[in-house]
Design a protein around this ligand. Structure first.
Ligand code: PLP
Length: 1011
């Protein structure tokens, strides 16, 4: 037996004798003490803690009692339970295997893994961390122990010790950072010392927080462990220490801090002045950490870990652009506390004074109409990513009426803030500021303005940028009780620059500026942007006039509705976007349950542009999923053609119209010569339904062969040939005139990519299917397949497959129908249609969705001979199929594909995407296969055993949506990511997809069971 075995056996015996627990022991990592994981035969787990010989008894006693205290006060908190020995002792002195005395105690094991190893660290999880920490602090509020008043370096109250050691930081810039933090801390000390002290955890770092949950289950905090650093201090020190770890390496530290502090506040309410201490104390804690590890590195020059471990803290301290004042406002707002002291008094005063302010425009504007520029109500600007000056100068012209005053809403999400400066990240689909924080007053340039109340000039300057403020003035005011607040006037004629100086007093009612024209006001239609702010902390330089929708909890509080200052009631000028919840409720009551909605938290989309979409708050999404807007959402040429035709006539195919033949000729020009006759219908479904009729009319037979998992539409006949529908639980089942063949999937199917004969082998499966139809007396009408099966999992059948199948079908007297709804019209890049890649000549080609770019349109094209078989004297008529509007729309779509080089774009951007996705496949074991062509792509996600990873796929799809990318999923087990964007997608969007996907696949990897 090794020494280690002897030791384990010794403590196993002790556990049995003293606690009556029979368990297997395995040693855990520990710096000084021995810790064992003890697993009982009932599946119950414990941590046996054997303290090092000679350890301070008070320290262990304090922890044991504190845990017991927490359990007694707040039994629901996820803290370890101290398991008492059979004699009721919670802390025992036992001899170790060498006869030395050891303090020994036992804790119940908590489930989960360390917070450090959990990704993503969502705001909801961080909120819960705060909540648990606050709950523990509340439970410990009346805990007393002699050991709490310890004199050690991790007591944040004593952080001043770093002053004496600062010299160890040799880099002057870094030393300055620490010196600044230290000075800030010193200034805070009187206020901090005045706070009551209590027992605190004092070390809620990433390794002392346990988290449960998997990809498919929500994550929850399952434990706050290790009270080894407990001491008595103001509770805010505890929170600041946790905060110092939470921000490191976090992509959005401000949001993380808001979640943490709000969570704590919900469990153990903080005061506003405590909240203000979070930021300086957080920095003090990081300074203590880096100074401490620098000293340790000096003591252990050969240990690289010491230096590596301080890198994230330095990185944060050196690069953070967080403004402490604005952060405090944010944290206060997140807790529902007033953002500045006196905020409530200011609100009350403004409300009381409403009606007594001098009219800003010199006259009463209470009857002025409002004009909405919202995402929902307005189409300004046409391109939500770029508003040229000519357009900005005309914004809202529909509300203009000979210079009368009209008002723009407060709290209105708008897309007119189109330029990259309004984005928070590098991508077009990055979060952006959209929500208006002021009220606009539109009228004629040159209109004079009068101060609503006495104020002092705080800023008077000219901001020249495109769509910036132009001339801008900020006045500082005081309420009668002396609380300061600010008003901003933007888009002014800068003539005031010669007259106004900072500090100058403007009396109530005094004329002080004029509306600028577009040449001087940032480029906008003449108006004043009028905004109220309760603080200027952190915003003087930029003064945001719009806020991000998800940050409105902060901006509504910092920049409240300024209506009162215009002598208006708040609701008159406040915008209320359509409530998504209401729409969802209506949807549930008005429609059938199987009208499905994407995402657990559905999206309400109100605008689109090319391959981007916008919800009611103006949040942008990259549309990597929808193939219907083939040439892009809201294409101006489609808008123009549709509007033009609707002004003229929209009739049907019973009358002649040149648009019909123009559309037919355009389609035929893209197809092989033998396809000569077009039928226009309303959808892919209707076209496939018609294809069945043609095949039957031509062959006189009924039987159809089709690959498994296919989809051809939603009507009775189309469902009968769609295994994806009829074979689902509750489906209508397989008709006896339909024979299924295995889908030609050479990744997961019967014949793999290593088999050179796989195309022929998959095709041979058609033989028994044909034979079976003949046996059943149906004969063979034909074969129908999506050329590249989409719902089957974005499959590209091996080349040669369709040629071999078509040969067999033709030989048996059947017709071959190519459903090109998904693959046609240039999506594949190298080919206009999928059947070209398979080098076959179909008898019937079906087109749908993309050909109308959203307008309901389906097309069937066939040979003259087949058309003649169908032409049996009974009229074929589809009322809306081939309407004048449809023909013009379809023609325009095909022209745009050519004119804008969209097929070439599909080839180039799709090629780039495919390459980058393949790089992800090499990096992430969860990616089993990457396949596709052009902008028809699939990423098959797998479990470690190679099986279909349905849960992972659902997770990835939802997380992509969190990152503002919409993608779909397909495949019999729904484990294939479907990337199928409008053909306008650009290289930078493809980059966004792969960068975000990489990040999410890392999360997937981190959730796999740890070895
Ligand atoms: C391959 C294929 N064929 C036909 C259809 C049916 O088209 P629609 O929904 O326009 O009727 C679809 C729809 O998803 C499809 O993907």
């Amino acid at each position: 037996m090794t020494k280690a075995d002897i030791r384990i056996q010794h403590w196993q015996t002790a556990l049995k004798e003293k606690w009556g627990i029979v368990a297997d022991l395995s040693p855990l990592d520990g710096e000084y003490d021995l810790n064992f994981l003890a697993l009982g035969d009932q599946g119950n787990g414990y941590i046996l803690k054997v303290m090092r010989a000679g350890c301070e008894a008070w320290l262990v006693d304090m922890q044991v009692r504190a845990f017991e205290h927490i359990t007694a006060r707040q039994p629901q908190l996820p803290c370890p339970i101290v398991v008492r020995a059979t004699d009721e002792a919670s802390l025992l002195t036992l001899k170790d295997e060498r006869g030395e005395d050891r303090l020994v105690w036992l804790l119940g094991q908590l489930p989960g893994r360390c917070y450090a190893h959990v990704e993503p660290k969502s705001d909801a999880l961080i909120h819960e961390v705060g909540h648990v920490l606050g709950g523990c602090a509340l439970a410990l509020a009346d805990f007393r122990h002699g050991g709490l008043d310890r004199d050690f370096k991790w007591d944040l109250m004593r952080a001043g010790w770093i002053d004496d050691e600062i010299i160890c930081i040799t880099d002057p810039a870094r030393r300055q950072i620490i010196a600044d933090i230290s000075a800030e801390f010193a200034a805070l000390t009187p206020e901090l010392s005045a706070l009551p002290k209590q027992a605190i955890h004092n070390d809620a770092n990433d390794y002392n927080i346990m988290v449960t949950g998997t990809l498919s289950e929500p994550r929850h905090v399952s434990g706050l462990i290790d009270l080894g650093d407990m001491c008595a201090a103001p509770r805010i020190c505890d929170l600041a220490i946790a905060a110092a770890y939470i921000v490191l390496d976090h992509p959005n530290p401000e949001a993380a801090l808001a979640a943490l502090v709000a969570g704590y506040h919900a469990a153990y309410p903080l005061t506003a002045s405590e909240v203000d201490m979070v930021w300086p104390l957080l920095r003090a804690r990081l300074a203590v950490s880096v100074v401490n590890s620098t000293l340790m590195a000096m003591e252990n020059p050969d240990d690289p870990y010491v230096t590596i471990s301080q890198a994230p803290a330095w990185q944060f301290l050196e690069s953070s652009t967080i403004h402490g004042g604005l952060l405090s406002a944010r944290l206060r707002a997140a807790c529902g506390l007033p953002v500045v002291d006196g905020a409530e008094r200011i609100h009350t005063w403004l409300e009381q004074q409403c009606g007594n302010f001098a009219p800003l425009m010199g006259s009463d504007i209470s009857d002025a109409p409002l004009g909405s520029l919202s995402v929902e109500d307005s189409t300004w600007p046409q391109n939500p990513f770029h508003m040229p000056l000519e357009e900005a100068a005309r914004v809202g012209e529909e509300f203009e009426d000979q210079g009368r005053i009209w008002l723009g809403y407060y709290h209105e999400p708008r897309l007119i803030y189109a330029e990259p400066a309004f984005r928070k990240g590098p991508w077009k689909a990055s979060d952006r500021r959209t929500v208006h924080l002021g009220v606009d007053v539109f009228t004629v340039a040159g209109t004079p303005m009068f101060a609503p109340l006495r104020g002092e000039v705080f800023i008077a300057e000219y901001r020249a940028g495109h769509l910036d403020y132009g001339g801008v003035i900020i006045l500082r005011h005081k309420t009668s009780q002396g609380d300061p607040f600010y008003t901003l006037y933007g888009h002014l004629d800068p003539e005031f620059l010669d007259r106004l100086q900072v500090g100058q007093v403007i009396e109530q009612g005094e004329e002080f500026c004029r509306l600028g024209d577009p040449s001087m006001n940032g480029g906008w239609a003449p108006h004043v942007h009028f905004q109220l702010a309760l603080t200027t902390e952190g915003i003087e330089a930029d003064w945001p006039g719009v806020g991000e929708p998800d940050e409105m909890y902060l901006w509504r509080a910092v920049c409240p509705n300024p209506a009162a200052l215009l002598n208006l009631v708040d609701d008159k000028v406040r915008y209320f976007p359509t409530e998504k919840a209401k729409v969802e409720k209506g949807r549930k009551s008005n429609f059938g349950g199987n009208l499905s909605l994407s995402y657990a938290d559905p999206l309400m989309l109100v605008r689109g542009w090319k391959h981007h979409l916008f919800d009611e708050w103006g949040r942008p999404y990259l549309d990597a999923y929808n193939n219907v807007p083939h040439v892009g959402h809201a294409h101006p040429r489609i808008q123009a053609v549709a509007a033009d035709q609707l002004k003229r006539i929209n009739s049907n195919t019973r009358y002649l119209h040149p648009a019909q033949t123009a559309f037919a000729e355009k389609i035929l020009s893209k197809l092989p010569d033998h396809l000569e006759v077009c039928y226009f219908v309303n959808s892919g479904t209707e076209a496939n339904e018609l294809a069945l009729r043609l095949a039957r009319a031509h062959t006189g037979a009924k039987g159809m062969v089709t690959p498994d998992h296919g989809y051809h539409g939603n009507t009775t006949g189309a469902v009968d040939i769609s295994a994806y529908k009829f074979n689902k639980p509750g489906g209508v089942g397989q008709s006896d005139w339909v024979e299924l063949v295995e889908i030609a999937d050479d990744y997961r199917g019967s014949f793999g990519r290593d088999d050179p004969d796989r195309a022929q082998k998959f095709a041979d499966l058609v033989d028994p299917a044909i034979a079976s139809l003949k046996d059943k007396g149906h004969g063979l009408a034909g074969f129908i397949a999506e050329t590249f099966p989409s719902v089957g999992g974005q499959i590209i059948p091996p080349q040669g497959y369709l040629a071999a199948v078509y040969e067999k079908i033709h030989a048996a007297g059947g017709l071959c129908i190519a459903d090109e709804v998904q693959t046609g019209l240039g999506r594949l890049g190298d080919h206009y249609f999928g059947f070209e890649y398979q080098d076959v000549l179909p008898d019937i080609v079906v087109m749908g969705k993309p050909i109308g770019n959203g307008h309901p349109l389906g097309v069937l094209v066939t040979t003259r001979e087949i058309a003649e078989s169908f032409d049996n004297g009974i009229e074929f008529f589809s009322t809306f199929g081939g309407s004048t509007l449809s023909c013009r729309t379809g023609f325009e779509v095909l022209e745009i594909v050519d004119d804008e080089g969209l097929q070439e774009n599909a080839r180039d951007v799709g090629g780039q995407l495919l390459e980058e996705l393949r790089a992800l496949q090499r990096k992430h074991p969860s990616v089993g296969d990457v396949r596709g062509m052009g902008l028809f792509l699939g990423v098959e996600l797998i479990n470690p055993d190679g099986s279909e990873a349905t849960d992972v796929c659902t997770y990835v799809k939802n997380r992509m949506r969190d990152h503002r990318i919409l993608i779909g999923s397909e495949g019999p087990k729904d484990n294939v990511l479907k990337i199928r964007p409008p053909l306008t997608i650009e290289a930078e969007d493809a980059k966004m997809i792969t960068i975000v996907l990489d990040q999410i696949l890392n999360e997937v990897g981190s959730a796999l069971p740890q070895p």
